[in-house]
Design a protein around this ligand. Structure first.
Ligand code: ZN
Length: 458
């Protein structure tokens, strides 16, 4: 009689309730498999699975859904804001994004528990994908209290939309230590206003780049880095190869945006090209794209800023800075994969795997034990991006006419959000906080931060 060995094995995975048959990226190649899910999780990935309801996706490719580390959904927003958790997360769903990190420069800003609870109330029951809510790191922020409730913190080192009071450089080290003690991530908008030129008279996108130069980014980084060793530091929207190299040298997390990868600053007075940090010259853009393509940029995020067209059509110096992008990030990159400009592995690492790991969320891969949060795309179905076909109330995109590959299917924890490319279901997004937080660090007082007179690494 054969010896029964089952007892010594790991617990048997539950039988799949649904099976999605399609191709996945495995060891660098696309392989046809069955992905079995039960409840909210992937329970098996095998050549053939039996049982469960089958969905044959043919040549379509299953990819883990994206996690956008940087969006502004303006909810609550100032008068005239058209975006909300409802509209913002719906765009995310259409763009293959299963979770977003929403930034705190709303009106009012997330600088107190009351304001955070108000924002949670607005997201609850209205979000179509998961949301992580960050708090603003200001001089007055009750870091310890907010650290028990928020998903992370955002520090602005230069003025931004919402006009938050910027902490002085002298206050920054103590603020970093306080965030380090919460074990939550800190995202930093790193531009040093000390290196800005005359912003008010910058009348076009190239003048905007000249007035908020790459030097201001390099200066901010050289003053900020390395930060406390126990701080989970993440640099938002880096725009230059030099900044990427600096982040790598310090082992610090960083993101780039699709607009800095794909758009150079045009000689245009159109306010739609105004963004912070500015679009750079073509040479710099190409260098940044090269860094990304080589896999040297940890993550990609949209910095989705849905300013109404009426505001962007004001004269350049008066137009608000920022561009929408949560719906187009993943599709834009997938089109570049099809065009063999980017490896699929690199894209998935930057848009899904590393953001999930950074936030300790059980997603970012098509593998047993992971959440069943994934999309299916047809790489043959390239379409020209048209604002009129997107789902943004702001009604415009800086990527008009660019090729994009949009998801056909989108699942969030096993629930179908998109089927045949169309939205189905009701808002089932959750408010998440980072999981698997590391053990409490021993917070050391921060010393050795570069001071005013220290050499500028730019
Ligand atoms: Zn932003």
């Amino acid at each position: 009689m054969p010896v029964r060995r089952e007892r010594s094995r790991a617990p048997v995975a539950p039988a799949p309730e649904e099976v999605y048959s399609g191709r996945i990226l495995r060891n660098g190649r696309l392989t046809t498999v069955d992905v079995g899910i039960a409840g909210e999780r992937i329970v098996a990935v095998k050549a053939h699975l039996t049982g469960g309801k089958r969905h044959d996706l043919g040549e379509q490719v299953l990819l883990p859904s994206a996690l956008d580390l940087h969006v502004h959904f303006r909810d609550p927003g100032p008068p005239g804001a058209e975006e909300s958790f409802d509209t913002g997360t719906l765009q995310a769903v259409y763009g293959g994004v299963g979770a977003v990190v929403d930034m705190p420069n709303t009106a009012p800003p997330v600088d107190s528990l009351d304001h955070l609870e108000e924002k949670e109330g607005r997201a609850r029951g209205r979000a179509h994908c998961d949301v992580l809510l960050y708090a603003a790191l200001l001089s007055r922020t009750p870091v310890e209290a907010l650290g028990r409730r928020a998903a992370g913190f955002k520090l602005y080192l230069s003025p931004t939309t919402g006009e938050l009071p910027i902490p002085s450089w002298e206050e920054v080290p103590a603020l970093l230590d306080r965030v380090a003690a919460t074990r939550l991530p800190l995202h930093v908008h790193a531009e040093d206003p000390g290196a800005f030129g005359d912003l008010a008279s910058a009348g076009d996108a190239r003048a905007w780049d000249a007035a908020r130069p790459a030097l201001s980014e390099a200066k901010a980084l050289s003053r900020l880095l390395p930060g406390p060793p126990s701080l989970k530091l993440h640099l938002a929207h880096l725009t230059t190869r030099k900044a990427i190299e600096l982040a790598r040298a310090h082992g610090v997390s960083a993101e780039v945006t699709p607009h800095h990868l794909l758009l150079a600053s045009p000689a245009s007075t159109d306010g739609r090209w105004k963004v912070n940090p500015p679009l750079r010259k073509e040479e710099e853009r190409a260098a940044l794209f090269g860094e990304f393509a080589q896999g040297r940029v940890p993550m990609l995020a949209s910095d989705h800023a849905p300013h109404p067209l009426t505001d962007k059509e004001r004269p350049f110096p008066l137009a608000p800075a920022g561009m929408p992008g949560v719906e187009t990030s993943f599709p834009l990159l997938l089109a570049r994969v099809r065009n063999q400009e980017l490896p699929l592995t690199t894209v998935l690492q930057a848009i899904s795997e590393r953001p999930a790991r950074f936030l300790g969320l059980p997603r970012g891969a098509i593998a047993p034990g992971q959440e069943a949060s994934f999309v299916a795309v047809d790489f043959r179905a390239v379409r020209r991006i048209r604002a009129a076909e997107l789902h943004a109330p702001c009604g415009w995109t800086p990527f008009e006419g660019f090729p994009g590959i949009f998801p056909v299917l989108h699942l969030l924890r096993g629930e179908t959000l998109l089927s045949g490319g169309e939205h189905v279901g009701s808002p089932g997004g959750r408010i998440l906080r980072p999981g698997d937080l590391p053990p409490p660090p021993s917070v050391r007082p921060l010393t050795g931060l570069p001071t005013e007179g220290s050499p500028d690494r730019a």
